[in-house]
Design a protein around this ligand. Structure first.
Ligand code: ATP
Ligand code: MG
Ligand code: FE
Length: 340
């Protein structure tokens, strides 16, 4: 079946077309530039931008894939988690398409979509797989036995998400928003051992994470430098901060695989685009005999193909479609791939 996927949980209007693990179309319109001067996503601005981008983005995706609306077999849409107004635009559009085309509608989970998208690049996920989900709003270790029906949370961040920590530290260092890619780039010229920043919840025997202490440590370091007139190396701070983040992420991910006897790890979400995370994960997985899968950076950040990919799984599992009064859920739990 051919699945149309619609994503509007944050500031990207994403439309994807997928058949099984085959990616046919993937168009993204971002309002990120409109939020840059506020240093974070402004929900009302995002909703408005989704409204304006929705129809043209759907049309571009269909054109690029050479698909006619009548060819679509089902429509998948992000029901949550995300921004209330932004989600509402996508869900409303998806309902309209479902009704107009007479096709079933599936409200799916954005976070599980981040994991499912890897199938479009590397084929079906082995069962079970451990997934490290690292995004702007979430940081979780998951045991995925089945993308549509069996996703278990092993651990979560107790405070900031990994992407949030990157964005906050970028701001402290005077780098543009969103900061993750800028910290990544700055760190390439820095010495990760120049400063030893704390590793939150390191070796505590859980699969939970904490990044707010690290962020505070970076803030204090920057303040101290200002006060004492000590030279501040942005590349060194970026590299040392990044090392602290990816050290804990990769260690706990490998530990989760070992403890659960799972030989496969997938890393996904916006922070999975990070070059150092990809490199250290590859090194540690190789050493532990774990097969690592990380989607290409374009598929790591928000897009519609990830929602179509999860929609394809849900359809293949034979789960019932959502009702046309499907509600959005701003805090849909990751253990619920299908909403409602
Ligand atoms: P969620 O998926 O939790 O709802 P989100 O959809 O806003 O949040 P994503 O789009 O998955 O998050 O990821 C965005 C985050 O990824 C931002 O915090 C951004 O800074 C971060 N990011 C993107 N590229 C990189 C990179 N190369 N290095 C580090 N972080 C990055
Ligand atoms: Mg975004
Ligand atoms: Fe996301």
């Amino acid at each position: 079946p051919l699945i149309l996927g619609i994503e509007t949980s944050c500031d990207e209007t994403g439309v994807g077309l997928v058949r099984g693990c085959e990616l046919l179309g993937d168009e993204v319109a971002s309002s990120v530039d409109q939020h840059a001067r506020f240093g974070g996503v402004v929900p009302e601005v995002a909703s408005r931008a989704h409204l304006e981008a929705m129809t043209p983005t759907v049309r571009r995706a269909l054109d690029a894939a050479g698909v006619k609306p009548a060819d679509i077999d089902a429509i998948a849409v992000t029901a949550g988690p995300g921004l209330a107004g932004a989600l509402l635009v996508g869900v409303s559009a998806a309902k309209a398409y479902a009704m107009a085309l007479g096709k079933p509608l599936y409200g799916v989970n954005h976070l599980v979509g981040h994991v499912a998208v890897d199938q479009l690049e590397h084929g079906p996920l082995p069962k079970p797989t451990v997934a490290l989900l690292v995004s702007g709003g979430h940081t979780s270790l998951l045991l995925v036995r089945d993308l549509a029906t069996d996703v278990r949370s092993l651990g979560d961040t107790v405070d900031d998400a990994a992407g949030e920590a990157y964005d906050k530290v970028a701001r402290l260092l005077g780098l543009p928003y969103p900061g993750g890619p800028h910290v990544d780039r700055a760190a390439r010229d820095g010495d990760p051992a120049a400063i030893r920043f704390p590793r939150g919840k390191w070796g505590d025997g859980t699969y939970d994470f904490s990044f707010s202490g690290l962020k505070t440590a970076v803030a204090r370091w920057v303040e101290d430098a200002g006060r004492t007139g000590r030279a501040l190396s942005v590349p060194d701070i970026a590299a040392a901060f990044q090392e602290s983040v990816v050290d804990v992420l990769t260690r706990k991910a490998v530990d989760a695989c070992t403890a659960h006897g799972v030989g496969h790890l997938v890393i996904s979400g916006g922070v999975a685009a990070n070059s150092r995370l990809r490199a250290l994960a590859a090194e540690r997985c190789a050493a532990a005999g774990i097969e690592l899968r990380v989607p290409r950076p374009r598929l790591c950040t928000d897009n519609g193909a990830m929602i179509a990919a999860l929609g394809a799984e849900v359809v293949a599992a034979g789960l019932p479609p959502s009702a046309l009064d499907l509600a959005t859920d701003t805090s849909l739990p990751v253990e619920q791939p299908l909403a409602g």
